[in-house]
Design a protein around this ligand. Structure first.
Ligand SMILES: [Mn+2]
Length: 356
């Protein structure tokens, strides 16, 4: 595994110099953030990210993410232009040395939470999701909540300038069923895979978070069966997955080590996000430290399964708690994610030595 850390560019409070000091750290996961969804990234912006990353002694290897325009997900006639732009972005990041692109295919919203700073018993705070809240409000009300709770940070998918378009988008998705969404996904994959093959870019679709329909919008990356269906949409091995434990695992029916051990899925795991969550009751889960005993997942079994299946891609700690009075983007502070890395290092070394 190649250890990496998500970095939000020069505006990120967590610096590359800090990230470099985390034991075992090898690579940065980042993106160009100042270009509207669907448009082409400038070569200058990509080159700058590459230079900053490499000057800090880290590898520039994974982009997270190149967002997919809603017209592609909706299957509108304008999608061809956006797919062309997507292909151009793949070419450009490949020319800068990138090998893997993480993206998602969730309608309208990226990851969804009801609380960005839920206090935990030890005095830390964490992201939380409470179905009993979501099930009782509409998207517009949820949007207001996020905006108030974000402390000035922008949440992916919940940018303030999107609010006006949210309800309009909902209207557009009214007739889009899960099957229709999958059909549009196939059209997208068929459009980009020839370019991915040529430039050897591994596409790694991120599971939906949480792993079920939210606000009535269909979601099609939620379980083992979904992943197999996606693999069958386009045969190319470059059509693969980001194995995100926290997202797939939000549905406790998903047996994470078992999914990893499915050979048809394992060969397509190009990137991994590792974190742990804890369910307090049937509705409410929150994020916790990476430690197995703090949450619902057996991290030892998850890492062991990845090693056994020959995973050699880039891996990163996912969201962390806010600890030690850190002020940072919710989920993306330095300290708890760095502790997560230290734990992953320990698991990895122990499993490797025991498997000889
Ligand atoms: Mn993730």
């Amino acid at each position: 595994m190649k250890l990496s850390f998500r970095w939000y560019g020069e505006d990120d409070k967590v610096t590359l110099e800090q990230i470099r000091q985390i034991p075992g750290m090898q690579a940065i996961v980042t993106a160009v953030y100042d270009v509207p969804v669907g448009e082409v990234w400038s070569r200058e912006s990509i080159a700058k990210l590459k230079k900053l990353t490499e000057d800090a002694g880290l590898a520039f290897e994974v982009i997270e993410s190149i967002p997919v325009h809603e017209d592609i997900k909706l299957g509108k006639p304008t999608r061809d232009r956006y797919i062309d732009n997507y292909c151009e972005n793949i070419r450009r990041v490949a020319e800068a040395g990138i090998k893997c692109v993480c993206y998602n295919f969730m309608p309208v919203f990226d990851w969804t939470r009801t609380d960005l700073a839920m206090p935990l018993e030890d005095g830390s705070t964490a992201l939380a999701y409470d179905s009993s809240i979501i099930d009782g409000i509409d998207a517009s009300e949820m949007f207001d909540r996020i905006e108030k709770a974000s402390g000035g940070f922008v949440m992916p998918g919940w940018e303030p300038n999107r609010k006006a378009e949210i309800m309009e988008l909902f209207e557009k998705y009214k007739d889009v069923t899960a099957d229709k969404l999958r059909e549009n996904f196939k059209y997208f994959l068929d459009g980009i895979m020839p370019v991915c093959e040529k430039y050897q870019i591994k596409m790694a679709v991120h599971p939906d978070d949480p792993a079920w329909d939210v606000f009535g919008l269909p979601r099609i990356v939620t379980c083992e069966e979904d992943l197999l269906k996606i693999a069958s949409l386009n045969d190319s091995i470059y059509n693969g997955f980001t194995f995100c434990t926290g997202s797939l695992g939000s549905n406790l029916n998903n047996d994470l080590p078992k999914i990893i051990r499915n050979p048809k899925i394992a060969e397509r795991i190009h990137f991994a996000h590792i974190r742990n969550i804890k369910y307090e009751n049937d509705d409410l889960f929150h994020e916790v430290s990476h430690l197995s005993s703090d949450g619902n997942f057996d991290m030892y079994e998850i890492i062991k399964a990845l090693i056994e299946m020959g995973f050699d891609g880039v891996i990163r700690p996912d969201h962390g708690r806010m600890i030690w009075d850190e002020q940072a983007r919710p989920g993306y502070g330095l300290y708890d994610r760095a502790l997560g890395v230290a734990y992953l290092n320990g698991l990895w070394e122990a499993i490797k030595k025991n498997s000889k």
